[in-house]
Design a binder for this molecule. Structure first.
Ligand code: 6R9
Length: 649
C-alpha cells in the first residue's frame, strides 16, 4: 500500500512492444552495453570519449573530489566546432549535407559540412573582429535559421560561451539574461516568420538594451526585410560584417572543462537559473546518446528534431549531437500549421526523414486535427520516433506509433532536462520492449533511482522523487554566478545525489514512469497522486485531445482535482462531454481521482517547449490573479481561458 511519502500508482500498462526483429538486427547498441557500463562505469565513459577528437588526450576520466562540482576528462583539450564540422571535412565528408533548411515560407537551403566550415570560420573571424575573446559571453536572439547554428558554432570555435534566448521571449527576459551573464555582444535578426507573419526580433532587442549600455554591438541578420531602427555606433548587419571575412580561421583548443554555453531555465519562482555546460563531457554525452538512442547511421539517416534551437533539445539534438556524429538533419523554421496542417508530414516526405524527435504537445495537437492529415503523405522512410519534454500519455504514444510510425517504428520516450545536457532515461530502440508512456530505464552509464522522502528507494508499484545517484559527463557544472543555488537546488535534498525535481514511479515490472514536476503532485484527502496519470486517463477518451489537471484548494479534501480539456475536432457536444469525462475518469482510475470540475477550453498555456504551465491554471481554479506569464509561448491563451471561466460562473 502507498504510504503518505510516496506517490500512489494510479494506472498500469500491459501493452508492450518488442523492437521489430529487423530493427534489432541492425541496431547500433545491444543489451551488452548495459552490462559493460555496470561493470565499469568510468571505463565505459572513457571508451565513449573516443567518439570525440581530442587535441590533447585526457589523463583522468572523472574528478568528483569536490562534489557536487564535477570535472570530466581532466587534462583533455579539444574544440567543439572542430569536432562538429572540420574533422568531418578532413575525413572527406565535406559534400555531405549537414542541414536541409526549410523556411516557413517555403524557401530552402542545403548546407553541406564544407559550407558549414566556411560559414562558421567567417562568423568566428567576425566575432574576433568585434573583440570577442575566449570566455566572453555572446547572446543570441534568433529565428530558426542556419545563421543561428553558424553563430553558435563560431562562439564555440573561439571559446566564447553562447547563451541562446528563445525567440519568443520578451524584452524583459532578454534584459535579465544579458545582465545576469554580462553579455557585451548580441546577435539577432530583423525578424522571423511565425504563422505566416513576421515577428520583430531586433525591435525587442532594442527595447531590452535601453538601459544596458554594456552591450557594445548588436549583429543583425536580415531575414524578413522588415523595417528596423538603427544605432550606427552599436548595430551592424550580419552581411556587412560576416560576408567579407576570410573563409579560414585558425583553431585554438580549449580545456575539456571550458564553458561551452549557458542556458537559462526559468524556475516557477525567482530569477532564471543560468545552467552552465562545459565542452568535453557535454560533447561526449550528446554524441553518444544521439548515436545510441536514435540508432544513427550518419551515411543514410535523415534526422529531424522538430524543436526550437532555443530549447536545450535544439542545442543537444539539432546542433551538437547530430553534428558531432556527422549526421544530416532537417532544420525547419516554422510552425506545424503553416501554411497547412500537413506541413510536417510534407517535410518528412520531401526529405525522406528517417528519425523524428518531437514533443508530446505536438503529437496531441496532431491527434486533435485528426489522422486523415498524416495519412495523405508517404512517411514510409520513418524508422524510429522519439518524444521529449513532458510525460507522453499512453494514448498519444499509441497514436504516434500508429498514425505517424505506421506501426513499425520503435518509440523512444526520452527523459532529461536542461541541467542534464543529454538524454538520461530512455528505451534503447533495438533492445527495449517499450510500454506506451514509460521512459523505462536509465541509459548505460547512467544511474537513476526513485526515492521516498527519507531517501530510501521505493518499491516497484510506487512512486517518489527521481534522482540520479552518480555524476554523468554532460551534467551541468554550476549555475552561472551562483554556486550556492546550484548546491541547494540540486544536491541538498539527498546529500551527494542529484535531485531532478520530478516525480516518478516504478511500475510493477520495475520500469520507470516520469510523472512530471513534483510541484504538480496532487494531494486529495491525504492521497498523493500525479497529474500526469489523471491527464492520461482523460486523453484516453476518444473525445479528448489534451488535458491538464491541477489541485485546487478545497475545504474538505485539502485539494480537489480540476481538469482543463481540449476536445478533438470530432467531438462537439460539450455539456454531455463533461459528464461523460467525469464518469470515464471515475471508471478508469477510481472515485478518488474524479475531477471536481472539468472545463472545456480552446487551448492550454504552454512554455516554448510545449510544457503545460499548470501553475497558471491553478491560479484560475483558485480564483486568483494569474502569475508570471513571461515564459508563456502565447500569452493570449490565458485570456481565452479566463473568458470561459467567467462564462461558467
Ligand atoms: C529536455 C527538456 C525538463 C523537464 C523535466 C520533466 C519534463 C522532459 C520528459 C519529461 C516526462 C519525458 N520532461 N522529458 N517528463 N517524460 N520524456 O525537456 O528539458 O526544458 O529543462 O525540461 O521536462 O519534468 O524535469 P527542460
Amino acid at each position: 500500500m502507498a504510504n503518505e511519502h510516496t506517490i500512489r500508482e494510479l494506472s498500469h500498462e500491459d501493452r508492450t512492444f518488442d523492437p521489430p526483429p529487423d530493427f534489432a538486427a541492425q541496431a547500433n547498441v545491444t543489451a551488452e552495453e548495459y552490462t559493460k557500463a555496470e561493470e565499469d562505469r568510468i571505463g565505459f565513459w572513457a571508451e565513449k570519449a573516443q567518439r570525440i577528437s581530442w587535441e590533447t588526450p585526457f589523463d583522468e576520466v572523472l574528478d568528483w573530489s569536490e562534489a557536487p562540482f564535477a570535472k570530466w576528462y581532466i587534462g583533455g583539450k579539444l574544440n567543439a566546432a572542430y569536432n562538429c564540422v572540420d574533422r568531418h571535412v578532413e575525413a572527406g565528408l565535406g559534400d555531405r549535407v549537414a542541414y536541409y533548411f526549410e523556411g516557413e515560407g517555403g524557401d530552402t537551403r542545403v548546407i553541406t559540412y564544407a559550407d558549414l566550415q566556411r560559414e562558421v570560420s567567417k562568423t568566428a573571424n567576425a566575432l574576433v573582429e568585434l573583440g570577442v575573446k575566449a570566455g566572453d559571453r555572446v547572446a543570441l536572439y534568433m529565428p530558426m535559421i542556419p545563421e543561428t547554428v553558424f553563430a553558435m558554432l563560431a562562439c564555440a570555435r573561439i571559446g566564447a560561451p553562447h547563451t541562446v534566448i528563445f525567440g519568443g521571449f520578451s524584452d524583459r527576459a532578454i534584459a535579465d539574461r544579458v545582465e545576469d551573464c554580462g553579455v557585451e555582444i548580441v546577435i539577432t535578426a530583423d525578424g522571423g516568420y511565425r504563422r505566416g507573419k513576421t515577428n520583430a526580433l531586433k525591435a525587442t532587442v532594442d527595447k531590452a538594451l535601453q538601459d544596458l549600455p554594456q552591450v557594445r554591438n548588436v549583429v543583425v541578420v536580415q531575414r524578413t526585410g522588415q523595417e528596423v531602427n538603427w544605432d550606427d555606433d552599436r548595430d551592424i548587419w550580419w552581411h556587412d560584417l560576416v560576408d567579407r571575412q576570410s573563409e579560414t580561421h585558425d583553431l585554438e583548443f580549449f580545456d575539456a572543462e571550458h564553458p561551452l554555453y549557458i542556458m537559462y531555465s526559468s524556475g516557477t519562482t525567482g530569477k532564471p537559473k543560468g545552467i552552465m555546460h562545459t565542452t568535453g563531457g557535454y560533447l561526449v554525452g550528446t554524441s553518444y546518446t544521439h548515436w545510441a538512442v536514435f540508432d544513427i547511421k550518419p551515411e543514410t539517416d535523415i534526422f529531424w528534431t522538430a524543436a526550437d534551437i532555443g530549447w536545450v533539445t535544439g542545442h543537444s539534438y539539432i546542433v551538437y549531437g547530430p553534428l558531432a556524429n556527422g549526421t544530416t538533419s532537417v532544420l525547419y523554421e516554422g510552425t506545424p500549421d503553416t501554411p497547412h496542417r500537413g506541413r510536417w508530414w510534407e517535410i518528412v516526405e520531401k526529405y525522406g526523414v528517417t528519425v523524428l524527435y518531437c514533443a508530446p504537445t505536438s503529437i496531441r495537437t496532431f491527434m486533435r486535427w485528426g489522422r486523415d492529415i498524416p495519412a495523405k503523405y508517404d512517411m514510409s522512410t520513418l524508422r524510429l520516433l522519439g518524444s521529449v519534454g513532458e510525460p507522453i500519455n499512453p494514448e498519444a504514444w499509441m497514436w504516434y506509433r500508429e498514425h505517424i510510425g505506421g506501426n513499425n517504428c520503435p518509440i523512444v520516450d526520452t527523459w532529461w532536462q536542461t541541467e542534464n545536457g543529454s538524454i538520461l532515461i530512455s528505451p534503447l530502440p533495438g533492445v527495449t520492449s517499450t510500454k506506451p508512456g514509460a521512459a523505462m530505464r536509465a541509459l548505460p552509464g547512467i544511474v537513476a533511482d526513485i526515492y521516498d522522502e527519507q531517501g530510501q528507494p521505493v518499491e516497484p508499484g510506487s512512486g517518489g522523487y527521481l534522482v540520479i545517484t552518480e555524476p554523468w559527463p554532460a551534467m551541468l557544472r554550476t549555475l552561472w554566478g551562483d554556486e550556492e543555488r546550484y548546491k541547494k537546488t540540486y544536491w541538498s535534498q539527498y546529500p551527494g545525489v542529484y535531485f531532478a525535481g520530478d516525480g516518478a514511479k516504478y511500475d510493477r515490472d520495475g520500469d520507470i514512469w516520469v510523472l512530471g514536476r513534483v510541484d504538480d503532485v496532487l494531494n486529495v484527502s491525504g492521497h498523493r497522486m500525479s497529474t500526469a496519470e489523471i491527464e492520461s486517463a482523460l486523453v484516453a477518451h476518444s473525445m479528448v485531445a489534451e488535458a491538464a489537471v491541477v489541485g485546487a484548494q478545497d475545504e474538505t479534501t485539502g485539494q480537489a482535482i480540476e481538469a482543463f480539456v481540449i476536445l478533438r475536432e470530432s467531438a462537439k457536444d460539450r455539456d454531455d462531454a463533461v459528464q461523460q469525462l467525469r464518469d470515464h475518469v471515475r471508471a478508469s482510475i477510481g472515485p478518488i481521482a474524479t475531477p471536481r470540475a472539468i472545463m472545456v477550453v480552446p487551448d492550454l498555456p504552454k512554455t516554448r517547449s510545449g510544457k503545460i504551465m499548470r501553475r497558471l491554471l491553478k491560479d484560475v481554479a483558485e480564483n486568483r490573479e494569474i502569475g508570471d506569464v513571461t515564459t508563456l509561448a502565447d500569452a493570449s491563451v490565458m485570456d481565452a481561458i479566463q473568458e470561459e471561466m467567467r462564462a461558467r460562473q
